[in-house]
Design a protein around this ligand. Structure first.
Ligand SMILES: *Cc1c(COP(=O)(O)O)cnc(C)c1O
Length: 426
């Protein structure tokens, strides 16, 4: 069978992004793999049908076990990550939860980083505990404390670096080495970095997870998850995906493959704009601290320089204490930043987030509300101006000058609600 993986692993990652996951000779010369829809896959003879059965999976020739399109993305992504096998899931969260379910057995001990993505934490609390898995959290900055929690029952150590909301960078190689000493699997949610900026398998990770919804798809128009395993973890990950019947939709897979082609150019821009925006925000009097590992002086900066190859456009901002009215004024002043969940698309976003109970990066800062900012692909100076005006507005509102805020908030399209009226949907 012609392969979706060009042979050379020495190729630069940028070249791989253009080359991987395509095989025009298999698809009438089409430069991209077309969208394959379907459930059943027909054989022309009974003998052919019998021959397609695989050990342990007599139904292997069925849409639930993949199509040329899903295999194209899986093989491309696996090569990009440097893993042994990749499997797709219908959302990023689904990739996180099924990786955990594949690796854990009842009676096992799971150690999760304290700054893990909120819904993964909720899953551990609500589902894994019910399955008699012992769930414990560790402070990602305290290596000695982490070691003290490892036992021979520790089956999985779950990392996320930088962590959701507070962006602490973890010493992944050191954590992985300690975890492997007790025989545990190391799982990393690598969404922030993409495969371009953090090389999971070179740093000791066994399963690397991406919410492809974010930068891989890159255009905020699909949900998808991808988990990639090394040889040791692959059979468990693969069987978890199969037994739960998880299958991603073909349109979403197609959009992820298309997004992948431009990942490198988009990421460079998110990185650059994000750093410039973070620096501008850092200098503003309404701000207590900016939580961005690429900024010198950030607690995670040295580890980031050692282990990462770049930064994404997502970071945190700890504001100085302010009233709800000031915060409303800040958000009401945005003309470019959308107010909403998710990130990794072309568009800039801002959201107030609540990091409890895991507020570490900001614990030494006298801080008010925490914001999460995504720097999109708009013009950097426009974004800086929009953010500066919003922060100014919050300060002015604190001085009792509410007119500034009301006037700004009344301007056109600060958020999606107003966009909708513009298009006549309401
Ligand atoms: C968004 C996100 C997820 C979940 O992805 P969905 O596709 O929204 O389910 C998982 N981990 C991290 C770090 C995320 O930011």
């Amino acid at each position: 069978m012609p392969s979706y993986r060009p042979g050379s692993t020495a190729m630069e990652l940028d070249t791989k992004l253009a080359q991987l996951g395509r095989a025009p000779s298999m698809h009438a010369g089409m430069v991209n793999v077309p969208i394959y829809r379907g459930s059943t896959i027909l054989a022309s003879t009974l003998e052919e049908w019998e021959a397609r059965k695989q050990d342990g999976n007599p139904m292997a020739n069925y849409g639930r076990f993949g199509s040329p399109l899903s295999r194209a993305l899986e093989e491309a992504f696996c090569e990009l990550e440097g893993g042994y096998g990749s499997t797709l899931f219908p959302s990023g969260l689904s990739a996180c939860t099924h990786a955990l379910l594949g690796l854990l057995r009842s009676g096992d001990h799971l150690l999760l980083t304290d700054n893990v993505y909120g819904p993964t934490r909720t899953f551990a609390e609500q589902v894994l505990k019910r399955l008699k898995i012992e769930v414990e959290y560790f402070d990602p900055a305290d290596l000695a404390g982490f070691r003290a929690r490892l036992t021979e029952r520790t089956r999985v150590v779950y990392l996320e670096s930088p962590g959701s909301l507070t962006f602490e960078v973890q010493d992944v190689p050191a954590l992985a080495q300690a975890a492997h000493e007790v025989g545990a699997f190391v799982v990393l949610d690598n969404t922030w970095s993409t495969p371009l900026y953090f090389r999971s398998f070179a740093h000791g990770v066994d399963v690397s997870i991406h919410a492809a919804t974010k930068y891989i798809v890159g255009h905020s128009d699909a949900l998808l998850g991808i988990a990639t395993a090394n040889e040791r973890a692959w059979p468990l990950l693969q069987s978890s995906a199969h037994h739960f019947g998880e299958i991603a939709g073909p349109d979403d897979i197609f959009l992820a493959l298309r997004g992948m082609r431009t990942l490198s150019v988009r990421m460079r821009r998110h990185w650059e704009t994000g750093v410039q925006l973070a620096q501008a925000i850092n200098a503003h009097p309404a701000v207590a601290a900016v939580l961005h590992p690429a900024l010198p002086g950030n607690p995670g900066h040295e580890l980031w320089k050692r282990d990462f190859l770049g930064a994404s456009g997502l970071f945190g901002v700890a504001l100085k204490p302010m009233t709800q009215a000031q915060l409303s004024c800040l958000f009401g002043s945005f003309k470019l930043f959308g107010i909403g969940l998710s990130w990794g698309g072309f568009e800039s976003l801002a959201l107030r987030v609540d990091p409890r109970p895991n507020w570490r990066a900001g614990e030494n800062v006298e801080s008010g509300p925490l914001l999460r900012i995504h720097a999109g692909l708009e013009g950097t100076q426009d974004l800086i101006a929009d953010m500066t005006r919003a922060l100014d507005g919050a300060l002015d509102a604190g001085e009792g000058d509410r007119s500034v805020c009301v006037e700004q908030a009344g301007d056109s399209m600060p958020n999606a609600g107003k966009m909708r009226t513009h298009y006549g949907y309401r």
